[in-house]
Design a protein around this ligand. Structure first.
Ligand code: ZN
Length: 303
């Protein structure tokens, strides 16, 4: 542990007692930014405003499905729940606090995807159910607020949209808004169209370094025993393999026109990292460590 890091940790630890105080009183210094606020902002949406440049949203983990809300039924929709992703986000938060003395921001919907899809634009998200518009808006306004709060204290912010996939291949699918075909043909990749465009523009590391090189998040977490694609170990899906490349939230919150200092990716987690508390805890520990290494290798954040 280097000296700066030790000082940072001690200051964070010393300030932990002021948790849950009103975030509006937080001073605009990173080292004094330990107040965090958790709240239900409506019957279904739970938000934690943290104290580090990391915002995690969980759009598909909800299990509440009131009969009073019409079940979505418009054409072409998906209503599958990403089981245990809320629990996984909470495990990640616990590890960040225990190991690094910090909390990420979390934006979680507990409403079941069959009632509202918080990773789709209106009207697909609500299938034209006007009753759901305010809830859809509050979820997204909370992500925006969390990003803006982080950016008041840090020059950049990492955004992760956390999901779970049911594909047989037990690996994390990292979505950077690049298709499987683009990943198989890296010469076709346009860095400015990826979800890490702002990071690529601000570092000497290339898109290739950050997608499939040693600096890539996938490479770092795979080296800790959690297979991921794309990574240096597994650069692109085969033509017959299923792969999620990133959805509405990833595109919206990493857009350089709206959020020029936000970069991130979608994480589609496999069943093997989320279906028991022990597996979630082990994965969360590796994920937090990988994010800290990623910050250190690729950004000026936190170090
Ligand atoms: Zn999902």
């Amino acid at each position: 542990m280097n000296r700066n890091y030790t000082l940072f940790f001690l200051l964070l630890f010393a300030a932990t007692n002021v948790q849950f105080s009103n975030f509006h009183s937080t001073k605009p210094s990173r080292l004094n930014s330990n107040s965090i606020k958790q709240q239900w902002i409506d019957d279904f949406t739970w938000v934690q405003y943290g104290n580090m440049p990391l915002v995690i949203s969980v759009p598909h983990g909800g299990t509440i499905a009131p009969d009073s809300i019409a079940t979505r039924s418009c054409p072409g929709i998906t209503t599958v729940t990403d089981s245990y992703t809320i629990e996984l986000a909470k495990a990640i938060d616990s590890v960040f606090m225990a190991d690094y003395g910090m909390h990420p921001s979390l934006v979680i919907t507990h409403l079941k995807r069959s009632k509202l899809d918080q990773n789709r634009p209106l009207p697909e998200a609500n299938c034209n159910n006007e009753q759901m518009v305010a809830i859809w808006n509050r979820f997204h306004q909370s992500i925006d607020t969390a990003l803006q709060m982080a950016l008041q204290k840090s020059p950049q912010c990492l955004y992760i949209d956390l999901h779970g996939h049911g594909h047989a291949n037990q690996r994390l699918e990292l979505g950077y808004l690049l298709t499987d075909d683009e990943l198989r043909n890296p010469a076709t990749i346009i860095p400015s169209k990826t979800s890490i465009a702002s990071l690529i523009a601000s570092t000497k590391n290339t898109a290739e370094d950050l997608l499939t090189g040693k600096n890539a998040f996938g490479s770092i977490i795979a080296s800790k025993g959690f297979a991921a694609i794309p990574s240096i170990q597994d650069k692109a899906p085969l033509a017959n393999e299923l792969y999620f490349d990133g959805g509405y939230n990833t595109k919206r919150y990493t857009s350089t026109s709206t959020y020029p200092n936000v970069f991130g990716w979608q994480i589609e987690s496999n069943k093997d990292v989320r279906f028991t508390a022990a597996k979630r805890s082990a994965f969360a520990k590796a994920l937090a460590a990988a994010i800290m290494e990623y910050y250190k290798m690729n950004t000026p954040l936190l170090f």
